[in-house]
Design a protein around this ligand. Structure first.
Ligand code: PGA
Length: 220
C-alpha cells in the first residue's frame, strides 16, 4: 500500500496562538492509520509550541519546517540550521517556488539544504516546479508544484501531475511524488487516485482547521 502524505504548509500565516488553536481543533479528530502521514509545517516561531501541543495530545501529526539553512551551525545570522531544528522537526520543505522567486534560492542551494537535512536526520521534501527541475540525488520525497497552480485556484490536472510523477519515478523508483497547487477538499481524491501520486502539499486550504479536516476526510 502506498503512503499518503497530507502536508500543511502554513507559509507566513499563523502566529503561536493561531497555530495552537488549529492543533486543538485538528489533533483530536485525526485517526491513526499506518499509511497516512499528516505533517504540519508552521513558521519557525511556532514550531516548538506546536511540537509540544502534539506531544501532549498524542496526536498523529508530524512537524515540518518550511526551510532550513544551507550552512551547518555557525556564524550565519538569521539562519535556522538543521542542527538546531533536529528533534523538533521530522521533515523540511526545501526549494519552494516562493523561496526561489523571492529569495533567489538556486538549485545548488537547494541541494546543499538537502545535504544538511539528511545529516541531521530530517526528511527533505524538495519542491520542483517542472519536469526539468533537478532532484538532488539523495532526495526521496518531492512535491511537483507548478507555479501557475500555487494559490491561484487553478490546479494542474491529476493526469498531468501523474505523468510528471511517472517520469520522475522512472529515474528513481523509490522516489515518492506529491502534488501541490490549489489542492482542496473537492479535488484531493482525484490526485490521490493517481497511481504515482503519494500525497499532497496544501497551502491555502490547510489554513482553516475545518477545511484541512475535509481534505483528510476525502483522503481516507
Ligand atoms: P496552495 O499552495 O495550496 O495555496 O496553492 C501550495 C503550496 O504553495 O505549497
Amino acid at each position: 500500500m502506498k503512503n499518503i502524505w497530507i502536508i500543511a504548509n502554513w507559509k507566513s500565516n499563523k502566529n503561536i496562538a493561531d497555530s495552537l488553536d488549529w492543533i486543538a481543533q485538528v489533533g483530536p479528530k485525526l485517526q491513526r492509520q499506518s499509511n497516512l502521514r499528516v505533517v504540519v509545517c508552521p513558521g519557525f516561531s511556532a514550531l516548538e509550541e506546536v511540537k509540544k501541543a502534539i506531544l501532549v495530545g498524542n496526536y498523529p501529526i508530524m512537524v515540518g519546517s518550511q526551510d532550513l539553512s544551507p550552512f551547518k551551525e555557525g556564524p550565519y545570522t538569521g539562519e535556522e540550521s538543521a542542527h538546531n531544528l533536529a528533534g523538533m522537526v521530522e521533515l523540511a520543505i526545501l526549494g519552494h517556488s516562493e523561496r526561489r522567486q523571492n529569495f533567489g534560492e538556486s538549485d545548488e542551494m537547494v541541494s546543499r539544504k538537502v545535504d544538511r537535512a539528511l545529516e541531521a536526520g530530517i526528511i527533505p521534501l524538495v519542491c520542483i516546479q517542472a519536469r526539468e527541475t533537478p532532484v538532488p540525488p539523495k532526495c526521496e520525497l518531492v512535491a511537483y508544484e507548478p507555479i501557475f497552480a500555487i494559490g491561484s485556484g487553478f490546479p494542474d490536472s491529476p493526469e498531468s501531475a501523474n505523468n510528471i510523477a511517472t517520469a520522475l519515478k522512472q529515474k528513481n523508483k523509490d522516489l515518492e511524488v506529491l502534488y501541490g497547487g490549489s489542492v482542496n477538499g473537492g479535488n484531493v481524491a482525484n490526485f490521490l487516485a493517481q497511481e504515482n501520486i503519494s500525497g499532497v502539499l496544501v497551502g491555502t486550504a490547510s489554513l482553516p482547521a475545518e477545511e484541512f479536516l475535509a481534505i483528510i476526510d476525502k483522503s481516507l
